[in-house]
Design a protein around this ligand. Structure first.
Ligand SMILES: C[S@@+](CC[C@H](N)C(=O)[O-])C[C@H]1O[C@@H](n2cnc3c(N)ncnc32)[C@H](O)[C@@H]1O
Ligand SMILES: [Zn+2]
Length: 165
């Protein structure tokens, strides 16, 4: 059988989804993953952003690919949908057209959970409620308190909000 180039380069068999100490299900390395490796594609049906209202509980699986479209992993998705956020991530996502791939930012050992920085953008100046709705529980030393992208000028304010709750 002839493999597609994408199948050869993406090492999806180096990760597994299981319970995470950070949130629900997470994705973990089961083999050593070298820095720069393309680990998994974030798969999902391309759907209109306007058809998918934000959930009131802040839980999101949609991956923003443009002003108009998001990837919805509840349809045709894979385990990449379970990768949690961290403010000190070991992975990053990169977009190639309308496809999204997860890459290792550093060498990752078997057993380590995979994280990327969601850097969620609401398209408006976020409120306290919105920052806390997307409260981050990554536990890293430099946790910014929220999975939203926070400009440097608002970092202290958001950390205060997170510490109050
Ligand atoms: C794409 S899902 C990740 C998989 C999720 N753990 C699950 O079991 O479905 C994204 C959601 O997971 C939760 N999540 C991910 N990272 C988190 C973190 N660092 N702190 C708190 N919640 C997190 C949030 O509810 C977020 O909207
Ligand atoms: Zn954090």
């Amino acid at each position: 059988m002839v493999k597609k180039v994408d199948d050869i380069q993406t090492s999806e068999n180096s990760v597994v989804a299981r319970r995470s100490p950070v949130h629900g299900t997470g994705v973990f390395a089961i083999k050593p993953i070298p820095k720069g490796a393309r680990i998994i594609e974030y798969k999902g049906r391309r759907v209109l952003w306007s058809d998918h209202k934000e959930k009131k509980n802040g839980h999101t699986e949609l991956f923003h690919i443009s002003a108009k479209y998001v990837l919805d992993p509840s349809r045709d998705g894979n385990d990449a949908r379970y990768i949690n956020h961290s403010c000190a991530p070991n992975c990053e996502t990169m977009q190639d057209g309308e496809r999204v791939f997860v890459f290792a930012l550093r060498n990752i050992k078997p057993g380590e959970e995979l994280f990327y920085d969601y850097g969620l953008v609401l398209g408006r100046c976020f409120t306290r409620e919105e920052a806390l709705l997307h409260r981050c529980r990554c536990g890293s030393r430099n946790c910014r308190g929220t999975m939203l992208a926070v400009p440097p000028s608002r970092r202290a304010q958001v950390l205060r909000w997170a510490a109050e709750t």
